[in-house]
Design a protein around this ligand. Structure first.
Ligand code: URA
Length: 206
C-alpha cells in the first residue's frame, strides 16, 4: 500500500467537487429509473458506494436481497467476505475503493440479469465510469466480465489477467465472492488463495 493515502485519489478538490455533484445527479435519475422490469420488483435502487475519488472501481453483478433492502452494494454474506478479503490488502469502501454493480436493481430470486436488463442499466454504469475515471476496474464475477469484456472465456481462465478498459483504465476479472463462499479453503491454489494473489497484483499495479 502506498504510504500516502492521497496517492490513491485522482483529482484536485475543485474537480472532485464537480464530479461528486455530477455523480449525485446521475444517482438521482437512477433512483427513479423504470427502464426495465427490475424496477417493478425492487425495494431500493443500489447505485454504488465508496470513495468517489478512488482510482479503483469494483463492479459486481447486481443486488441481492440484503442489498435491495438496504440500498447498499455487497452487504450480504458475499459482500462481507469481499470486504474481509479486500481488507487484508488495506482496501476498503470507507478508505479507497468504490463498489457498484452491472445492474442497479435486484433480479427476482437473485437470478442472473438478462441482456435486456443489462443494456437498460448500462448508461448508469457508463456514467459512473466516465465521471469517476477509475484507473483500475475490478470485474467481479462472470456477469461483470461478460458485459464489460464481451468475451466468452470462463472467468476461471481469465481471472487475474489485465484487459484494456474505458478511458485508459485497466480491468482485471476476479472470482465472485459468492463462488468463494462455496469454496472456503484458503490453501494454496484454492479460489480464495487465487483471489488474494490477484488483489496483491492490483496493489502492485498501483
Ligand atoms: N451483492 C452485490 O451488490 N453484487 C453482487 O454481485 C453480489 C452481491
Amino acid at each position: 500500500m502506498p504510504n500516502n493515502q492521497q496517492s490513491l485519489f485522482n483529482f484536485d478538490n475543485t474537480t472532485q467537487e464537480l464530479r461528486n455533484k455530477t455523480l449525485q445527479e446521475v444517482q438521482n435519475v437512477c433512483n427513479y429509473c423504470y427502464k426495465c422490469d427490475l424496477s417493478k420488483t425492487r425495494t431500493k435502487v443500489v447505485f454504488g458506494e465508496g470513495v468517489l475519488a478512488s482510482k479503483i472501481m469494483l463492479i459486481g453483478e447486481g443486488p441481492g436481497q440484503q442489498e435491495d433492502n438496504s440500498g447498499r452494494p455487497f452487504v450480504g454474506k458475499a459482500g462481507q467476505l469481499l470486504d474481509k478479503i479486500l481488507q487484508t490488502q488495506d482496501f476498503s469502501r470507507e478508505k479507497n475503493i468504490y463498489i457498484c454493480n452491472i445492474v442497479k436493481c435486484r433480479p427476482p430470486e437473485n437470478r442472473t440479469p438478462n441482456d435486456k436488463e443489462i443494456k437498460a442499466c448500462r448508461q448508469y454504469l457508463d456514467a459512473q465510469i466516465q465521471i469517476m475515471r477509475p484507473e483500475i476496474i475490478i470485474l467481479c464475477g462472470a456477469t461483470a466480465v461478460k458485459s464489460m469484456l464481451e468475451i466468452k472465456s470462463g472467468i476461471t481462465k481469465i481471472r487475474g489477467q489485465w484487459f484494456n478498459g474505458p478511458f485508459g483504465a485497466k480491468m482485471m476479472p476476479l472470482l465472485h465472492p459468492s463462488y468463494l463462499l462455496r469454496n472456503q479453503s484458503k490453501a494454496e491454489g484454492s479460489p480464495q488463495w487465487l483471489t488474494l494473489q490477484d488483489i496483491k497484483r492490483i496493489l502492485d499495479e498501483l
